[in-house]
Design a protein around this ligand. Structure first.
Ligand code: ITT
Length: 193
């Protein structure tokens, strides 16, 4: 059962080293009266082709370690013309190559289709991790545009604007992360009396 620290107020630990993610999740959950505490201690990430097992094992690890209910978020950008690359390797590719190199890989590709996916895993100590996923379809832009968001946002176009151009507030109404959190909230609300 979820800990209520005071009337209508709940706290969840979000284990992430990514401040962009943390700021988004904190904003979305704050609007629902949930306080999100960032923990940057990390967790061992499985090498898998899918985000789900990575998120599930991470949430389970941190819930046992902290002895607290915790969420982790594993996300990726999946580009159709590159057969889903960088997908689960998105962090590594952002660090080692960056947006400009990803755009170069896409230089001669007509098919710009791509999607962002987030898997949120929530776990309480001694319990199985739960999974909630969200996906948003878009296109890879031809150049970086916009200064909002983080990571791949300047090269991911949704209905003509990049996530970097949309700004955090609008991104948070329709993003992959928002869709995953909405599913989590639906479950979370059903657990509270
Ligand atoms: P944690 O595992 O500590 O949470 P991370 O940055 O390593 O942080 P991921 O592996 O889930 O997290 O992130 C995959 C990559 O995709 C990473 O480079 C992110 O910056 C990027 N990314 C994730 N969500 C994004 C979003 O909403 N917009 C743009 N880029 C995003």
């Amino acid at each position: 059962m979820i800990e209520k620290t005071e009337k209508n107020r709940k706290k969840i630990v979000f284990v992430t080293g990514n401040n962009g993610k943390f700021v988004e999740v904190r904003a979305i959950l704050a609007s629902r009266g949930i306080e999100v505490l960032q923990n940057k201690e990390g967790y061992p990430e499985l090498q898998e082709e899918e985000l789900e097992p990575i998120a599930a094992s991470g949430a389970s690890f941190v819930a046992e370690k902290l002895r607290l209910p915790a969420i982790v978020d594993d996300s990726g950008l999946f580009i159709k013309a590159l057969k889903g690359f960088p997908g689960p390797y998105s962090r590594f590719v952002e660090d080692k190559l960056g947006n400009q190199k990803v755009l170069q890989l896409m230089e001669n590709e007509e098919d710009r289709a791509a999607y962002f996916k987030t898997v949120i895993s929530y776990c309480e100590p001694g319990k199985k991790p739960l999974l909630f996923s969200g996906l948003v379809e878009g296109k890879i832009a031809f150049e970086e545009r916009g200064t909002g968001g983080f990571g791949y946002d300047p090269i991911f176009e949704y209905e003509g604007k990049t996530f970097g151009e949309l700004g955090d507030e609008i991104k948070n109404t329709l993003s992959h992360r928002r869709r995953a959190i909405d599913k989590f909230l639906e479950w979370f609300d059903s657990q509270i009396d």
